[in-house]
Design a protein around this ligand. Structure first.
Ligand code: CAA
Length: 384
């Protein structure tokens, strides 16, 4: 039986920072950010958004009264958990009005957590084909003001509905994965921003991709020409190019040109949003499906997921006959165009206004007329 992604949605807050302005404020050549790193804009996360609100606001775009009833599990991949004990999925299940008779679990392994959630969802649906699984992957990518990682911040949430006979893409059975203990990026429990050895993380990412591609080829006899496109976890868009460069010499000239065009399509949204950590690979997928007009039903895509620390997986999708109609329901460009640009000073002020102290009864700056899920503040140590 074929199982895969039936629907996908993306949500990001309504503020962004222009990275040419950030470069000027940091006294850096803007070409370093826009060409060297490959980022034009980044999402700014106000103090009334968090992983839960962004995951829920993505899910609300694809849930209907009908499909809500058939959700048997909710898996939430995040490395920006809002509680050291309670699962983000429990907050989300309540806000989404899901049945109480489900498993609602949070998964953590850096940016890889969303992929683990997706694979668990696929396996669950294979055993229970009458049910669907809601997968959420949402994060705030935060390194700190005036740090090397600052240009690679961002945030947002992805929601995917996993079902039998999916309308968008089948997740194929064969995949390859690996774990390695590496100190390339981590966040001790007393910190709100990540610690990172950025150059090491880029090297490990490339090494694990090249290694898993070789392993996948050995296992399946696949060739690069079997795939219409590759989509990557994009901590910054140049990372996708660095990864593809590891294997592009296996493609003939025409195929190489085509893969580079597809890569560009997959990078379009990440260029404007930045890193989503767990959701980043799936924003690349959404971007690829909406921006690459050459893709056809039946095409196979290879996806590479990387989580620092480190865990990686290479897996494949097969596009289904209605994928273009399903993907057209998502209005991502319109949502990105409608965002409000913040000055560097406004972004810096927002950065300092996060409400991390649960001992204070405080309200966030949430818009009182919002129709979306918002974090309103702390009351008696509880996150409201
Ligand atoms: N014009 C054009 N290009 C320029 C330039 C200019 N004026 N100045 C510099 N560049 C280029 C450099 O040549 C370099 O290109 P290559 O990488 O192709 O050689 C690029 O801009 C970046 O320059 P630096 O390496 O000097 O930049 P940096 O030291 O400031 O670090 C970074 C960049 C490592 C990405 C840093 O932003 C960082 O640490 N980011 C966070 C970590 C990260 O995203 N790691 C990715 C892999 S880990 C992962 O995937 C998990 C995750 O989500 C975190």
């Amino acid at each position: 039986m074929e199982v895969g992604i039936d629907k996908i949605a993306f949500y990001t807050p309504k503020y962004y920072l222009d990275l040419v302005e950030l470069a000027q404020a940091r006294d850096v050549d803007p070409n370093k950010f826009t060409i060297g790193i490959g980022q034009d804009q980044q999402a700014v996360i106000p103090n009334y958004e968090d992983a839960v609100t962004m995951g829920v606001n993505a899910a609300n775009q694809i849930l209907t009264d009908d499909n809500r009833q058939s959700i048997g599990q909710l898996y939430f991949g995040t490395e920006s958990g809002v509680d050291n004990s309670k699962s983000a999925a429990i907050f989300a299940a309540k806000l989404l009005n899901l049945s109480p008779y489900i498993r609602a679990m949070e998964v953590k392994e850096a940016c890889y957590g969303g992929t683990f959630a997706l694979m668990m969802a696929r396996d669950y649906v294979k055993l229970h084909p009458d049910q669907k699984v809601l997968v959420l992957a949402a994060d705030v990518a935060r390194y700190g003001l005036d740090t090397p990682g600052e240009v690679t911040q961002g945030g947002g949430g992805i929601a995917m509905l996993v079902s039998a006979q999916p309308k968008l893409a089948v997740i194929e059975d064969e995949s390859v994965f690996a774990s390695r203990d590496v100190a390339d990026f981590w966040r001790p429990v007393d910190r709100m921003a990540a610690l990172v050895d950025g150059h090491l993380s880029t090297e490990i990412y490339k090494e694990m991709f090249a290694d898993l591609w070789q392993r996948y080829q050995k296992q399946t006899q696949a060739e690069i020409g079997n795939f219409a496109a590759f989509a990557f976890h994009l901590p910054y868009t140049k990372m996708g190019k660095k990864a593809l460069d590891e294997i592009i010499d296996q493609a003939d000239e025409q195929q190489a040109e085509r893969l580079l065009e597809a890569l560009k399509a997959s990078q379009a949204y990440a260029r404007r949003v930045g890193n989503l950590y767990t959701g980043s690979l799936y924003l690349s997928l959404l971007s690829l499906l909406q921006q690459d007009a050459a893709l056809q039903a039946g095409d196979r895509l290879a996806l590479f997921s990387y989580g620092s620390g480190a865990e990686a997986e290479l897996f494949t999708l097969k596009l289904q006959k209605d994928f273009k109609q399903i993907i057209a329901q998502q209005k991502v460009e319109e949502a990105l165009d409608a965002r409000q640009r913040l000055s560097v000073a406004e972004y810096e002020a927002d950065f300092q206004k996060q409400l991390y102290d649960s001992s204070q009864n405080v309200e966030s700056d949430y818009p009182k007329d919002s129709q979306d899920a918002v974090f309103t503040g702390w009351r008696d140590g509880q996150r409201i």
